[in-house]
Design a protein around this ligand. Structure first.
Ligand code: SF4
Ligand code: SF4
Length: 592
């Protein structure tokens, strides 16, 4: 089976010469394989197309995908967005009393999947020209495990609750105070409990548009859980939360399903959190904007190991040409490169916040992972290094120029992504280093013709990381780069940051809460602790073993190693392994 997909957000018929049509050999032979449709966009006939791929290569904006798929998928089509549009194959099966995870790249239909299971969209089974009907859907799924669920859903007998992906958009939908929003969401007793569990007391009297990303996330989670529902959907619940909050949220979500008969479905890209939270995971594969396939559920350990390997053996599908690997013993290398910056014990006092940091050194080429709770002074510390803030006590030795990617990014540019890059980078935009080390691995090229204002959260994140890494600086501070990136993109971003620092002899401080990402990106670790918004203490950079031990001791968790892949897995609190590792002081690395 061959599918021809037009990525409408990339197709620019006014800026091209319709190369797709001009060079199609079938069109040249007089067939109507590609014709001009609405607004000058091409319409491709999948029956006439010979699959030569010429249009794919000739289109200057990479707007066409021609893909061969196994024939058997055709009967599993669940939804299609128009002719030459995206299509989704198969659906996950919700199960009572279980947290089911969905894991896969961005842009392959995870949100569509949730919309269908939440009853927000009736699947058209690929018949995009006619009105979708539940009768057809039920007859298609008759005899399957999903039938009962879909039947009840079609009759309005399933109550659903959804925590949406982009919590930053919450202030546009809800106005007023947090307290009012929560009161409207569910039973007073339940809300009271959630306010305590999610530490929302201090936000109640504030307006929604005054909240930080982490606060918005917790309010959205509380509102979703407070609702009385049969099935709960959480679309990326850990974005903007620190590791303490991620674990807390994971436990609350687990409790929601345990012994209650409730169904829970979670989309999550933080693999350590997903591993801890879900019991079963549906992997998804596909091609961004073209198609997505939901595969049979696997136990969570097996699903994540398969995901890291890049190959699904049972389905014979390779979805990444490299494996993601972890070391069970810490890197041994001593820093031999020159020092970039050193600092004394620093102190900064504000009216309501007080930060103290121990003396330290950052070397050229070093990437320092910065870990700790939100609101603990990590950004204040970097501003002191950059000379933007004067320490109340202590001195920073050397002046460094800092390039900064903030935690919360807003699309504040009128124009296309390409125009944004030209404006910010000038000639550097054409430099081979930018093209090979930043543009290609972060997949920016396909975004160039898009308006900055229309970018998704993940696209905006990739653009912001690219801009920060391309700026001329001695030190790069990248604050929460993993937010809205899928697991694959996180690994690519980690490799990109390390390569850029090593090759250019610069240094990076990476603030993030995804432990797999921190493991892959860091040469050393800086640990912050204290009481958020009251006082913070910063120590390091330490080598990986010492840094991870100090940090995880603060959090109170240990990681064991997966026997097949060496990847870190959070130990159950109080388990034999947890107690043994705490006694020996080895919270993260188990090898010597
Ligand atoms: S698919 Fe490419 S070549 Fe064809 S009209 Fe769109 S932008 Fe132009
Ligand atoms: S793949 Fe080849 S035959 Fe098919 S539409 Fe493109 S150019 Fe024409």
């Amino acid at each position: 089976m061959r599918i021809a997909v037009l990525l409408r957000d990339r197709c620019q018929p006014k800026k091209c010469a319709h190369e797709c049509i001009k060079y199609c050999p079938r069109v040249r032979m007089g067939e109507e394989t590609i014709v001009v449709g609405e607004k000058g966009r091409p319409i491709i006939s999948e029956t006439l197309c010979a699959g030569c791929g010429i249009c794919v290569h000739k289109c200057p904006f990479e707007a066409i995908k021609i893909i061969n798929l196994p024939e058997e998928l055709e009967t599993d089509k669940v939804h299609q967005y128009g002719k030459n549009g995206f299509r989704l194959y198969r659906l996950p099966t919700p199960r009572a009393g279980e947290v089911i995870g969905i894991l896969g790249p961005n842009g392959i239909g995870k949100t569509t999947t949730i919309s269908i299971l939440a009853g927000l969209e009736i699947p058209n089974l690929g018949e995009y020209d006619s009105k979708p009907s539940w009768d057809k859907v039920l007859s298609k799924f008759s005899g399957t495990e999903l039938y009962n669920y879909l039947e009840k859903l079609s009759k309005g007998q399933i109550k659903t609750s959804l925590k949406p992906q982009y919590v930053d958009k919450l202030p546009k939908v809800h106005k007023g105070k947090v307290q009012d929003l929560l009161e409207k969401s569910g039973q007073p007793d339940k809300i009271k409990e959630l306010i305590t569990d999610l530490e929302l007391e201090k936000t109640l009297e504030r307006n929604i548009d005054e909240l930080s990303g982490g606060e918005l996330q917790r309010v959205a989670i509380a509102a979703a859980i407070a609702k009385d529902a049969d099935i709960y959907f959480f679309d990326e619940p850990s974005s903007y939360l620190d590791i303490y909050q991620r674990l807390k949220v994971a436990k609350i979500i687990q409790k929601l399903s345990e012994g209650t008969g409730k169904m829970v479905i979670v989309i999550e890209h933080d693999l350590a959190v997903l591993d801890f939270l879900a019991s079963t995971v549906h992997l998804m594969y596909g091609s961004e904007g073209a198609y997505g396939v939901v595969v049979q559920p696997r136990p969570v350990r097996n699903a994540i190991n398969t995901y890291l390997s890049g190959f699904m053996k049972e389905e014979n599908i390779r979805f990444r040409d490299w494996q993601i690997t972890f070391e069970s013993h810490p890197p041994r290398e001593e820093w031999e490169s020159e020092e970039l910056i050193s600092f004394d014990a620093l102190e900064k006092k504000f009216e309501k916040f007080h930060l103290r940091t121990a003396p330290g050194i950052v070397h050229k080429g070093e990437t320092v992972g910065v870990v700790g709770p939100n609101g603990i002074g990590k950004t204040t510390f970097v501003k002191m290094l950059a000379g933007v803030l004067e320490p109340t006590k202590g001195k920073v030795h050397a002046k460094v120029k800092v390039s900064y990617k903030p935690q919360y990014i807003k699309p504040e540019f009128e124009g296309t992504v390409k125009e944004l890059f030209y404006t910010k980078l000038g000639e550097r935009f054409e430099h081979p280093f930018f093209k090979s080390e930043i543009e290609r691995p972060l997949g920016i090229k396909t975004l160039y013709e898009k308006d900055v204002n229309t970018l998704s959260g993940g696209e905006l994140q990739r653009v912001s990381i690219s801009l920060a890494l391309s700026s001329e600086a001695d030190m790069y501070l990248i604050d929460e780069p993993s937010a809205y990136l899928d697991s694959n993109q996180r690994m690519e971003a980690a490799k990109t940051v390390r390569r850029v620092m090593e090759k250019r002899g610069r240094s990076a401080l990476i603030v993030d809460h995804d432990m797999y990402f921190i493991d892959l990106v860091s040469d050393s670790i800086m640990v912050f602790h204290g009481e958020p918004a009251v006082f913070g203490v910063g120590e390091g950079p330490f080598d990986m073993r010492e840094g991870m031990n100090k940090f995880l001791k603060e959090v109170g968790i240990t990681f064991r190693r997966d026997t097949d892949t060496n990847r870190p897995r959070i130990n159950k609190l109080g388990s034999v392994k947890d107690r043994e590792q705490k006694e020996s002081g080895e919270y993260y690395y188990t090898g010597s």
